[in-house]
Design a protein around this ligand. Structure first.
Ligand SMILES: Cc1cc2nc3c(=O)[nH]c(=O)nc-3n(C[C@H](O)[C@H](O)[C@H](O)COP(=O)(O)OP(=O)(O)OC[C@H]3O[C@@H](n4cnc5c(N)ncnc54)[C@H](O)[C@@H]3O)c2cc1C
Length: 292
C-alpha cells in the first residue's frame, strides 16, 4: 500500500469539515466504511496517497431504525447486524437476502450496503434490491443533507453521483405496506463468493383478491449501472401475477438490459438469464405478499 493518513471523526460536522479542508487544499480524502472493497482496491488498483476517513464512529451512520412510516439504515451498519434484525427480515426479505449473498460471514461482519452502493459496481448485489424497495440515500455535505433515489445514484461503472465534499449518511426506505413484499435473485457460476452474471430485485403489492396494485423491478450486472425497469413493473400491475405477466416482465428486463460479454457470460446468455431471474423473483415476492 502507499502512504495514507487515517482519521475517525466523532461527529458528522467534523467529518464534513475534514472533507472540506482537504477539498480546498486539493488533497484527496476517501470514506472508509466496512473496507471490504476499499482495502482490496488500496492494495491493487488505487495506491495513491490520501486521507482515509472512517465513518464508523458516527452515531448517525450507525442508526438502524424501523418506524411505522419508514426504515433507516445508517451507512456504517454492517450487513450482519442488519440481516439479524427481525423487523427487517419480515419487512424487506429481498433486501436482506441480497445483503446475505455478499461475500462470506466474515465479509458481512464488516461490509455495508451503503458501501456496496457507493462502490458503484454494475454487479453490486444489494443495489437492485434497494431500488426495488424504493430506497433513497441521505447525502451529507457542508451545505446540509439531500435525498437521492438509489436508481439515480450510480452514474457509471465505479462512478456515483456524490459531489466533492459529500458522503452518504444512510438509506431511508418507505415501510412496506401490508401485502407488499420484495425478493432478490442473482445468478453466479459458482455456488457462492462470486460476482453476479445477472441480478434482479423486485417488490410487489397485491390486494385482497391477489391482483398486483404496484410493483418495482430493478436489474443488475446486465448494464453499466443497475437499472429500474418501469416497463417490467407496468407489465405486472393490474394482473394476478400470472405466467403471462411474469413472462412480459421478464421480456421487459431483457429489453432494458445492455450487457457485456466477459468470462462469466455472453451478452445473449445474460439477456436470457435476466428474464428468468425476473420471473422467479416476482413469483417469490408474490407468494410472500399473498402470505403477508
Ligand atoms: C471476498 C469478497 C467477496 C465479495 N462478494 C461480493 C458479492 O457477492 N456481491 C457484492 O455485491 N459485493 C461483494 N464484495 C464486495 C464488497 O464486500 C461489497 O461491495 C460491500 O458491500 C462493500 O461495503 P463496505 O462497507 O465494505 O465498503 P467500503 O470498502 O468501505 O467502501 C467501498 C467504496 O465506497 C466508498 N464509500 C463507502 N461508504 C461510503 C459512504 N457512506 N459515503 C461515500 N462513499 C462511501 C468508499 O470510499 C469506497 O470507494 C465482496 C468483497 C470481497 C472482499
Amino acid at each position: 500500500m502507499g502512504a495514507y493518513a487515517y482519521l475517525a471523526p466523532q461527529s458528522v460536522q467534523e467529518a464534513l469539515s475534514v472533507l472540506d479542508d482537504h477539498l480546498k487544499r486539493g488533497e484527496r480524502a476517501q470514506i472508509l466504511s466496512g473496507g471490504t472493497d476499499l482495502l482490496v482496491q488500496m492494495r491493487s488498483v488505487d495506491k495513491t496517497p490520501r486521507l482515509i476517513l472512517d465513518i464508523k464512529q458516527l452515531a448517525e451512520a450507525n442508526r438502524l431504525e424501523v418506524t411505522d412510516q419508514s426504515i433507516y439504515i445508517g451507512a456504517a451498519v454492517p450487513s450482519a447486524l442488519m440481516t439479524e434484525n427481525v423487523d427487517l427480515q419480515a419487512l424487506l426479505p429481498g433486501l436482506m437476502e441480497a445483503a446475505d449473498l455478499i461475500g462470506s460471514t466474515q465479509i458481512q461482519g464488516r461490509a455495508t450496503i451503503c458501501g456496496n452502493l457507493c462502490n458503484a459496481s454494475p454487479a453490486g448485489d444489494s443495489i437492485p434490491a434497494m431500488i426495488a424497495a424504493g430506497a433513497q440515500c441521505e447525502i451529507a455535505s457542508e451545505s446540509g443533507t439531500r435525498l437521492l433515489a438509489v436508481e439515480d445514484f450510480v452514474v457509471g461503472v465505479g462512478k456515483n453521483a456524490l459531489l466533492p465534499g459529500e458522503f452518504v449518511l444512510g438509506l431511508t426506505i418507505p415501510r412496506p405496506a401490508a401485502r407488499q413484499k420484495d425478493a432478490y435473485l442473482r445468478f453466479i457460476p459458482r455456488t457462492e463468493m462470486d460476482i453476479a452474471v445477472a441480478g434482479c430485485g423486485v417488490s410487489v403489492s397485491v390486494d385482497a383478491a391477489g391482483q398486483c396494485t404496484a410493483a418495482r423491478v430493478a436489474i443488475g450486472a446486465v448494464a453499466p449501472t443497475p437499472r429500474l425497469v418501469p416497463e417490467a413493473a407496468a407489465a405486472l400491475v393490474g394482473t394476478t401475477l400470472d405466467e403471462a405477466a411474469l413472462a412480459a416482465a421478464g421480456a421487459a428486463c431483457t429489453a432494458a438490459s445492455s450487457p457485456i460479454t466477459d468470462k462469466r457470460g455472453t451478452v445473449e446468455y445474460r439477456r436470457k438469464v435476466i428474464a428468468v431471474l425476473c420471473r422467479r423473483a416476482v413469483a417469490i415476492a408474490k407468494q410472500r405478499a399473498i402470505g403477508a
